[in-house]
Design a protein. Structure first.
Length: 387
């Protein structure tokens, strides 16, 4: 697996290794994840079987560097894993995606000691890692957060509520952004590792969502949570910058999720129009249908090229990563929304029922326009970082 640690891939092409990885993830996703996707959605339950299959194949947190026991996958390999899992089941694709989101602050800015403590269990598949930025009153304006971390000797004491936390309750570790100096707004925020077993950590009821129903989203309550000061990631006051730098990289994984969902919908629609007959012939014979499929495939491929170009920038740490990460997430998620909506259209009345997978894909696609910053926020980020 170490061979995926390749920084030389071309901006617009995958390597043979990446394509072999895609083939193997697709095989695993079709055999072990796709058959459960409808039930996971219908019952709004955690896709444990998907987690088990991903851990067994070492694909659950493929981004963790080799020196911490991980596979050391590059950003594009991680995109391909998420894309192929999302093609089968969007909820399951949040396992590798959020493991990266939760642990990247540590990988980018944590002390060696913290990395040695928290990354190997993630790489082994013993734990999941969540990311706690959003709050009930601080979403797009994340710097307006209220969660406090107050120094007390060799410890910090955390109090507050984090909202919409993916995998909350299932994750053992949480990167939590909290205010250490309320006078400094974004420069008064610090990042910490909080453990599920820390006294004072508890969780709200699972949110009842439109899509990604198999991915648990809950509030995280921090009630006088006393943690050692060395659990701080980076320096005091750098937490917001770390959180934003993390999103530059991980928005590309949301773009990957959008690509996978859209590819799943396009593949299904392609098969359907070849079978479904009206006016005495397959509906795929009609030019009006063919043009829709052509547009869907065109938008998907454009989104894929932009996402892979962004992944190359993430891997190299290029100066224009912030623009590319936001652009890839925004473009791919808008494309996924259009493509999945068109897939429902191509299935007619059948597409509108839960007997077919495309309505689930349309519901799942919607979240990719919202989280890790709404697409309005992505446009703000792009406008401030024009290439
Ligand atoms: C299923 C799910 C999983 C999530 N997982 C996580 C997670 O693991 N960790 C985490 O920290 N967060 C997570 N989130 C939170 C997510 O990132 C936020 O919901 C998102 O950033 C938007 O914040 P908000 O919901 O408060 O909306 P608001 O910020 O209230 O936005 C409402 C509307 O106003 C628009 N708006 C706001 N400000 C502006 C502006 N300046 N210009 C133009 N339009 C604007 C927004 O685009 C949006 O359309 C998750 C959310 C969901 C639904």
């Amino acid at each position: 697996m170490g061979s995926y640690g390749n920084t030389d891939f071309d901006l617009f092409r995958t390597t043979e290794e990446h394509e072999l990885l895609r083939e193997s993830v697709r095989g695993l996703a079709e055999a072990k994840i796709a058959p459960l996707a409808a039930a996971v959605d219908e019952e709004a339950r955690f896709p444990q079987e998907a987690l088990d299959a991903l851990v067994a194949a070492d694909l659950h947190a493929i981004h963790v560097p080799e020196e911490y026991g991980g596979a050391g996958a590059d950003a594009l390999a991680t995109v391909i894993v998420i894309e192929e899992v999302a093609r089968a089941c969007a909820s399951s694709s949040l396992i590798p995606a959020v493991n990266k989101l939760g642990s990247l602050p540590l990988i980018l800015s944590g002390s060696e000691e913290l990395k040695r403590r928290y990354l190997p269990p993630l790489a082994k598949g013993d734990v999941l890692f969540s990311y706690c930025l959003s709050e009930p009153d601080a979403g797009s304006d994340a710097a307006g957060m209220k969660t406090r971390a107050v120094r007390d000797g060799d410890h910090y004491v955390l109090n507050g509520v984090k909202r919409w936390i993916t995998n909350a309750g299932h994750s053992e570790y949480y990167t939590v952004m909290a205010v250490t100096d309320p006078d400094k707004r974004s420069k008064g925020i610090s990042a910490f590792v909080v453990e599920k077993s820390d006294e004072g950590v508890s969780f709200g009821a699972p949110e009842k969502k439109l899509g990604v129903k198999g991915s648990p989203t809950r509030e995280v309550y921090l009630d006088n949570v006393r943690i050692p000061a060395d659990r701080m990631i980076g320096e005091e006051g750098t937490g917001f910058a770390i959180a934003m730098r993390t999103l530059d990289h991980t928005r590309i994984t949301i773009a990957a999720q959008a690509l996978g969902i859209a590819q799943g919908a396009l593949d299904y629609a392609k098969g359907y129009v070849a079978e479904r007959k009206q006016f005495g012939r397959p509906i795929g014979d009609f030019q009006g249908v063919q043009f829709m499929l052509a547009d869907m495939a065109m938008k998907l491929e454009a989104a894929r090229q932009l996402t892979y170009a962004a992944a190359a920038r993430s891997e190299r740490g290029d100066g224009d990563l912030t623009f590319f990460g936001a652009a890839a997430k925004c473009y791919a998620s808008d494309a996924a929304m259009e493509i999945t909506t068109d897939a429902v259209q191509l299935l007619g009345g059948y597409g509108y029922t839960r007997d077919y997978p495309v309505e689930r894909m349309m519901r799942d696609a919607k979240i990719t326009q919202i989280y890790e910053g709404t697409n309005q926020v992505q446009r703000i980020v792009m406008a401030r970082n024009l290439p």
